[in-house]
Ligand binder design. Sequence first.
Ligand code: ADP
Length: 620
Amino acid sequence: MMWNGRWLNKTLLGYWVVIAACWAAAVVAGWTVPSSQFDNYVYDLMLRLNPPGDQNPEAVVLAIDDATLNEMGGQRNLRGILAEAIQLARRAEPTVLASDVLIADQGDAAEDARLEEALTGAKNLILPVDTTISGGGGERWEEPLERFRKHAQAAGQVELARQRRDGVTRRISLEWVAGHRRYWALSLEAFRLSLGAGRILESRDEIEVGDVVIPARLTADYHRMLWIRYGRRPVPALSVRDLKADPSRGQLLRGKVVFVGVTSQSLTPDRVLTPNGDSMSGVDVHAEAFETMRRGLFLQDASDSAVLGFCAATALLAGLIFWFTAGWPAYLSAAALLAFVHTAPFPFFAHGVIFPYVAPAASAWLTVAAAASYQHFIIRRRLRLAVAEKTRYQQAIHFVTHEMRTPLTAIQGSSELMGRYNLGEDKRKQMAGLIHSESKRLGRMIQTFLDVERLSDGQMDLKREPVPLEAAVEACLARARPLAERKSILIRGDGPFPGTILGDGELIEYAIYNLVNNAVKYSPSGTEVKIFSAQKKGGVSLSVADQGIGMDAKEVKQIFRKFYRTKRAEATGEAGTGIGLSIVEQIVATHGGQLEVTSEPGRGSCFTVTFPVAGEGDHR
Ligand code: ADP
């Protein structure tokens, strides 16, 4: 097939538009909730595949568990238990003592006094704050009572709930703002005190504690998210009850960062799930977050532009693969691309970057599918065009050989007679005249054929000369008469034929002649063919009516198809190539005219062409 430049450009453009659309669709799909849920599952898998090395944890949880509550007076004595836990822990001299038990409201006077006593003089003590919805609907802080607060080095935020979507706590926020006050997370404060650092420095993208830089960008809602690198085993825990029963166990807490909190299954409603599938209480999560920071195992989300760029690159690659290769090489390369896209997030994760899974995968799959089907479609189209081209060519050859045989036979016959016999002057002149006119007809035929070919190819501009209808009709009738006379058919030109058509005289004549010739061909002898004209709005019509074999409605629908001939016509032995009417239709159409047929089997047909007539201004 010829690669027509314009077609190629259009195909190329269409191809890349489809690829770009797939890319955009994939990126948008990547933002939907189900996609991010799936991204989360892949994240969990990657986290499990990349456990932090089992270094000695620095955090220990001092747990107020079910056993502790059972033995030490239950929830009602929580403040008493806390006081005792802190007292016991302090004896072991931990580096930091962070409590997760809220003490924002007044309790039993004796218990509060006990607790205050336990807190007095504590080193590196952190007390919890939490937000609550105030009466006005806004958020406000629940801070420890001042009598407790004054003994603490810092207060840290302990809320987790808002970081959970599917029940799995993957991240916590290091920063919380409510009612114009900001608190850092309990775990971050514990980390700061464990380093002996002063202020926490902050920029838009990170915070700095001591000389540790934590990548945690400030979000639009004033949070800084930290991905928690849960260890293979949870941070070690010691039950308050066990510590009380055997104070020597306090050794476990020496020099450690101790998180005191309630881990009781029955008392902590906000137990959370970890990506490892463990169930934890809030205090455990704080300890894990602290360990993440201490080990410096920070994970960062890939930037939006990196994700978009990566998706675009996969789309581009898919497009290039199917543009430049085909068949097995294309499918193998596409498979390699898909495999790469599906595995790419894993090495990224190992380097601390969290890459989404769905968007690039969707982008690769969609673009590969689109590119493959586009290619399939192009190949099929090329094949179809090639086949059509070949049939057209064969049919054209058929037409040419068939149509040209008649004049050629006449020329051959006449020239042979002239050569073989000594003819009289008159006869010789007649023969020469015949040869001349037949060869001219042959020439005209070739010209018409070529013109029509070029016309249908769109390569030729239509000639626009004034063609008087009268002259064109007369010429056609003169040409058709000999055949009509041979069949004893009367051709009646019911003139006048007024009007001038703007167009190509040769082609118009070809069209009219064809209709008249068909009328004669498909009529039995003794009948009449009538040609008449009528004025129409904005044009002139010319009708050719015969009393011949006619056609039924089904046949009429088909006759303008190239190479179609009715059975009826074939039976007469007159049928030609079946191409004439298709050319007539084309000629009429290119002249802005119309072609109509009415016909009835056995009664005759009437073909009417309507041409727009040239207005005065159209004469050039
Ligand atoms: P052909 O060379 O076969 O005449 P055309 O394209 O001119 O090719 O005509 C197509 C077919 O339409 C003819 O084969 C014939 O069956 C039918 N047809 C055309 N003109 C007439 C007519 N005046 N009366 C009956 N049938 C006709």
